[in-house]
Design a protein around this ligand. Structure first.
Ligand SMILES: C[S@@+](CC[C@H](N)C(=O)[O-])C[C@H]1O[C@@H](n2cnc3c(N)ncnc32)[C@H](O)[C@@H]1O
Ligand code: SF4
Ligand code: SF4
Length: 324
């Protein structure tokens, strides 16, 4: 990290000088899958055009954004995704992306520009396809291989719920065989209760606390026994020990991180409820929208990479060490 970025992060934390160093941008909610736990697979009405996207991203660049995580929906389906990635990378931004992997082999010029590609993997083929649709697993694996062949660092994301909590060993073995690591995190409830797939997005797949404890303990064991297969850092695994009880952490939402949806509405983080759509970076400008964010944080932070980012930005080295 550049010294100036580090200095801004410290100022954001200790001197209450917020700065959107890290932006998650849900480029589109359009998707080529209908995963049963997901509520982000229908395009929004007024998703940003290429021109709007570049203009808003430029405003974030001017505010000092140095890291962008592209999410969706399936971000590779937006017609302007290549231009957006190229623009950001051209301005020295580190760009990573979440993808289901399906169109990766056809989007290699874009994928090559990424610092990291995170491909979702719900487990072995039969479990993955039961959640994500027939043939999705083979295409995700092909996406992993295509990105690897293109020299792009790949990590898997496994969302753990009722559908796959009993096959975590096989998921870690699969990651190991592919030569990548997998990050595990529990399924969460829907953020858009009026926009669920089959009325069950997230909620129908939540693990009850005892089953979640067993699954998350198993992830810890896998991290110790299959070197390199589990991507979770100890900060998220330690945090998961309290799942799903309210648990405070040094929340960076609205201080250092922010999330923009496909229509340009800005939220403090991607786990915030989406009902209030007034805070548009497109309409208000990125500076004003960022200034207006809700910075109260919460005690229900269960997305592994967000948790790890929070402990990192919060300089909580003590939480990053392996427990005895
Ligand atoms: C919303 S998807 C968007 C990117 C891409 N389409 C993909 O599948 O990776 C990003 C991640 O969110 C996860 N996800 C979807 N619904 C979820 C839920 N209810 N709780 C937790 N994670 C969820 C997916 O498994 C995926 O790893
Ligand atoms: S998890 Fe990803 S691939 Fe699946 S429906 Fe949601 S956005 Fe699409
Ligand atoms: S989920 Fe809660 S604690 Fe985590 S980043 Fe978002 S607001 Fe902060």
């Amino acid at each position: 990290m550049e010294a100036s970025t580090m200095a801004r992060a410290v100022l954001a934390r200790v001197a209450a000088r917020p700065s959107p160093i890290s932006l998650t941008y849900e480029v589109t909610h359009r998707c080529n899958l209908r995963c049963r736990y997901c509520d982000r697979n229908r395009a929004m009405d007024r998703e940003l055009t290429r021109h709007q996207m570049i203009a808003v991203l430029d405003e974030f660049l001017a505010l000092g954004t140095r890291y962008v995580s592209l999410d969706g929906g399936e971000p590779l389906l937006h017609p302007a995704i290549h231009d957006a990635v190229q623009h950001l990378v051209g301005h020295g931004v580190k760009v990573v992306m979440n993808s289901n992997g399906i169109v990766v082999p056809r989007r290699l010029p874009t994928v090559r520009l990424l610092s990291q590609l995170k491909i979702s993997m719900d487990g072995p083929a039969e479990r993955h396809d039961a959640m994500r649709g027939e043939g999705a697993h083979a295409k995700a694996v092909a996406g992993v291989r295509a990105a690897q062949d293109a020299g792009v660092p790949v990590e898997l994301t496994c969302t753990v719920g009722r559908h796959n909590h009993d096959v975590l060993d096989r998921t870690a073995d699969l990651a190991h065989a592919l030569g990548v690591a997998v990050i595990f995190q529990p399924v969460g409830a829907s953020l858009f209760l009026d926009n669920t797939t089959e009325g069950e997005a997230g909620d129908g797949y939540l693990l009850d606390p005892p089953a979640a404890r067993v699954a998350l303990d198993r992830v810890e064991q896998l991290k110790r026994t299959i070197p390199g297969a589990v991507a979770n850092h100890w900060s998220s695994l330690r945090h998961f020990r309290r799942f799903p009880r309210d648990t405070a952490l040094p929340c960076a939402a609205g201080h250092i991180i922010a999330t923009m949806d496909p229509e340009g509405v800005l939220f403090a983080c991607d786990q915030q409820n989406r009902d209030d759509r007034r805070n548009s970076a497109l309409r208000l400008g990125a500076r004003e929208a960022f200034a207006r964010l809700d910075r109260r944080g919460c005690q229900q932070c269960w997305c592994a990479r967000i948790i790890e980012g929070n402990y990192t930005w919060g300089l909580r080295v003590d939480r990053m060490l392996a427990p005895l």
